[in-house]
Design a protein around this ligand. Structure first.
Ligand SMILES: Cc1ncc(COP(=O)(O)O)c(C=O)c1O
Length: 433
């Protein structure tokens, strides 16, 4: 018997099937298929009810956007309040206080003592793209260094910075110039700092590099935690060559790792930080927080966009920050992480398909392999486990360049009981496959 999962129809139910037919006809195919064949009617915390009345536990958290869960009451109340006041002006036409307040909060929370300033955008890709524009203009250099397995978005520049070709780069070239890729030192690809520096100087002339852009923990690429000491070393290396260090915390930030900024897990002050996803509880909002001396070196008006820093999203983000503080969600992320790790390690003891368990805080994943020694990816099995989970009422996301990881992007509002129920379903699915 399950307490939270309640499946009343076969999946997908008749209403979802009917919508799916209309989707097939009217939605552009490159927008892809969905993880779930069922259409959502309502979400609350870590639970989703579909249009046929089936209830699921959602471990995907809107692909990592819902640290405070679906429809948190305080977020909803703030949005409703804002809806009654004004929806849009464009901050550069008629400014509003909630954007200033949000910048103030984020800047004051950001790691390090150097004065910072914030700029807002709509999507994660826009934040990364603008971080690169700012870094280039400030340094007067054009090259950008990114990493193997990186994911930075789908615009022309960020798709170029993203590693994986299919589906993200599918015949979408020519790609943006001056993007260089180096290995990401982690458990599966250890590499010494000295070798990394050699690779760097052999790949691109260091004094032409504006910035190194790094995910403190890689998200789509497989929850890869950098090799110990590597991020500190990157900080030294970027200082040595006059490059900026840009951290892309779009997936790892906003509390998921037990720190508000993922980079706080290390004693480092980046030059520029990119945030998005959980920042505004699912409303489109991203932020670039940079050292003020950097942003001050650019002229006014050179970055922006009509909808950037929308007031609804800013109000939601202010609530997200408050909720994380008031509900102690950073501690909760660590507790969720411990619970996940304990269960995953037990699964590893029982099922040979579970290779590595990795992550920090609630940003935890399991790698599924055909052979623990060769780490041959068990991609098809991973897909089957996901399907089995959905059939039994749990939505779960994959990750990794080979799609052989199951990653937790769960809301930090999930209860222990809900998490245990979801993990029981997952374990049964792994056992079955
Ligand atoms: C680390 C990282 N950077 C950038 C992006 C792109 O964000 P968006 O899809 O909002 O453009 C993502 C999205 O998954 C991400 O995980």
């Amino acid at each position: 018997m399950t307490k939270f999962i309640s499946l009343k129809t076969s999946l997908p139910g008749p209403k979802s099937q009917e919508i799916a037919k209309r989707r097939e006809r009217y939605i552009a195919k490159p927008m892809g298929s969905s993880l779930s064949p069922c259409y959502i009617a309502h979400g609350e915390g870590a639970l989703i009810t579909d249009v046929d009345g089936n209830q699921f536990i959602d471990l995907t958290g809107g692909w990592g956007c819902l640290a405070v869960g679906h429809t948190h009451k305080k977020v909803v109340a703030a949005i409703k309040d804002q809806v009654e006041k004004y929806l849009h002006t464009d901050f550069t036409a008629i400014p509003y206080e909630c954007l200033v307040e949000l910048a103030e909060k984020l800047v004051n929370l950001s790691p390090g003592n150097t004065p910072k300033a914030a700029a807002f955008f709509n999507s994660g890709a826009e934040a990364v793209e603008n971080a690169v524009k700012i870094a280039r203009a400030h340094t007067g250099r054009s090259a950008i260094i990114v990493f193997e397995n990186a994911f930075h978005g789908r615009t022309l520049l960020t798709m170029t910075m993203t590693h994986k070709a299919m589906p993200y780069k599918y015949h979408f070239g020519p790609f943006a110039p001056e993007v260089y890729r180096l290995p990401f030192p982690c458990s599966s690809h250890p590499i010494t700092n000295e070798d990394f520096e050699k690779l760097l100087v052999n790949t691109v002339t260091p004094d032409s590099v504006a910035a190194i852009v790094v995910e403190p923990i890689q998200g789509e690429g497989g929850f890869n935690v950098p090799q110990e000491g590597f991020l500190e070393y990157l900080r030294e290396l970027t200082n040595k060559y006059g490059m900026l260090l840009v951290t892309d915390e779009i997936q790892s930030g906003i509390g998921r790792t037990g720190k508000f900024f993922a980079i706080e897990n290390w004693d480092i002050e980046p030059d520029i930080v990119c945030l998005a996803k959980s920042l505004a509880a699912g409303l489109p909002l991203s932020a670039v927080i940079a050292k003020k001396e950097i942003t001050d070196s650019l002229p006014g008006g050179c970055i922006g966009g009509t909808y950037v820093g929308n007031p609804l999203a800013c109000r939601a983000a202010l609530e997200v920050i408050k909720i994380i503080e008031e509900e102690h969600l950073l501690d909760r992320a660590l507790k969720i992480g411990e619970r996940l790790k304990e269960r995953f390690l037990k699964m590893k003891g029982k099922y040979s398909i579970v290779g590595e368990v990795r992550g920090i805080g609630a940003m935890m994943a399991i790698e599924l392999v055909k052979d623990r020694k060769t780490r041959e990816p068990a991609a098809q099995e991973t897909a089957r486990i996901v399907q089995e989970c959905i059939k039994n009422g749990v939505f779960i996301a994959t990750a990794g360049i080979n799609k052989n990881l199951l990653r937790m992007l769960v809301s930090l509002e999930i209860t222990d009981e809900q998490l245990d129920e979801a993990l029981d379903v997952l374990e049964k699915a792994i056992a079955k496959v």
